[in-house]
Design a binder for this molecule. Structure first.
Ligand code: F3S
Length: 426
């Protein structure tokens, strides 16, 4: 693998032991991937503050320097961690202190995380605390090489923004933050950004949050880890719909990049989305749409809903506004709880805009930083939950052993108010 003089300097310790350990990790990672070189990056989205029993032990033994060395650099050396070399943000992590009386989540985790935020803040990490950094100011440019984790964020960065990142891990993002380098392979290379599957929509109009999520779920199941190209009967999606589409495609499959000709930036036409002949299309129509809906609802049997979860990926300000509008003047059932997950920065704006007051008056909650899947925490005694997110409907039943209903925002709010599921495909 070709190394620049700067790469070699870091490897040889010119910028300290921690940067040398980081470069050593990246070189080994690059060789394993058969990368020809490392890309220069100035945008890392990783995770450092997320609490865990292992992290608690390492911090107790040797402080946060040791925790970063072991977990984020895969090194057992005694390292002092310097400030991050390039802009780095913390993605979603555990729940914070303001959730303590709402979410059954260990106080020890909250305290460990607060301590970690202070350490990493001093080291230059931006504590965005969301799976949607692109909603709160981290918007890489088209063609910009990045090192991001979190599948729903990676697919958004690649497809909607035209930035270039693979789905990185805790150690590779840790090493990237201290060096400004990441192996140049996969989605960083032009030849790996063309479409592989054509999905043609007909007989239904894909329109609205629920339908974009269901199409994403279908696209992921068809494409696996490859790159779908969407064409046909599609409305023009907005940020929230593409956020849902991508998260769903990265859930049922491992999609990290897709194209919607005329909408996403790297494909002006179906032909331009492929490097060679356009493949035969896989159809998506009423039967496929119904099959996806039934898959996402196959875990639901009891109509008694005790938990409604919104905001996966973390809600936009407008999703919070819509939720407030639907809850205005109503009351969440005594047998149910409603949580909407949001980036902390947007939760502040929701409060200022008066949306949070409406939601809280109805008995719901706007929560930041985390989500039930990430923190393995839901209201005590939850047996059946409802959500408008294909990703949560897919994962949460397995994580928490509960039943799931998947529907529209309106159906979810109605379930919260009545305590009963009454959804259906329209
Ligand atoms: Fe975000 Fe949790 Fe969904 S981290 S993408 S809200 S599973």
């Amino acid at each position: 693998m070709y190394l620049t003089d700067d790469d070699k300097r870091m490897r040889d310790g010119a910028e300290g032991d921690a940067a040398a350990a980081a470069m050593d990790l990246l070189i080994r990672y690059g060789y394993a991937l058969d990368a020809e070189r490392l890309c220069s990056i100035r945008n890392v989205a990783g995770t450092m503050t997320q609490p865990s029993p292992v992290k608690a032990r390492l911090v107790a033994e040797g402080g946060w320097d040791k925790a970063f060395a072991v977990i984020n650099l895969d090194s057992d050396r005694d390292l002092t961690i310097p400030p991050m070399r390039v802009p780095t943000c913390q993605l979603q992590h555990g729940f914070g202190p303001d959730s303590v009386d709402i979410v059954p989540y260990p106080r020890a985790n909250v305290d460990l995380q607060s301590d970690g935020e202070a350490f990493y803040g001093r080291h230059g990490v931006q504590i965005l605390a969301t799976c949607t950094p692109y909603q709160v100011g981290n918007l890489p440019m088209r063609g910009e090489h990045c090192a991001w984790m979190e599948s729903s964020a990676v697919i958004y960065a690649n497809s909607v923004l035209g930035a270039r990142t693979n789905c990185e891990g805790i150690a590779s993002t840790g090493a990237a933050s201290l060096t400004g380098r990441i192996p140049c392979w996969g989605n960083h290379l032009d030849e790996n950004r063309y479409g592989t599957h054509l999905i043609s929509v007909s007989g239904v109009l894909v329109e609205g949050f629920q339908d974009w999520g269901m199409l994403g779920y279908f696209a992921g199941s068809v494409s696996g880890e490859d790159r779908p190209v969407l064409a046909g009967s599609l409305s023009r999606p907005d940020l929230t719909e593409l956020k849902h589409f991508g998260a769903a495609a990265a859930t049922s499959g491992g999609v990290e990049l897709y194209h919607i000709p005329g909408i996403t930036p790297e494909a002006v036409s179906v032909e331009a989305a492929f490097s060679g002949p356009v493949p035969d299309a896989v159809g998506y129509g009423p039967a496929e749409r119904r099959a996806v809906y039934e898959t996402l609802n196959e875990i639901g049997s009891s109509s008694d809903v005790d938990f409604v979860l919104l905001g996966c990926p973390h809600a936009s300000l407008d999703q919070i506004r819509q939720t407030a509008a639907l809850l205005d003047g109503r009351r969440v059932s005594a047998s149910c709880e409603l949580w909407i997950m949001a980036p902390r920065a947007l939760a502040v704006m929701a409060e200022r805009s008066g949306y949070t007051a409406v939601i809280e008056r109805a008995g719901g909650r706007v929560l930041a930083d985390s989500c039930p899947a990430m923190s393995r925490a839901a209201p005590a005694g939850t047996k059946v939950f409802a959500t408008d997110s294909a990703k949560q409907a897919h994962y949460l039943p397995a994580i928490l052993g509960i039943e799931a209903w998947f529907g529209t925002l309106k159906e979810c709010v109605s379930a919260a108010v009545t305590g009963r599921w009454n959804g259906g495909l329209h």
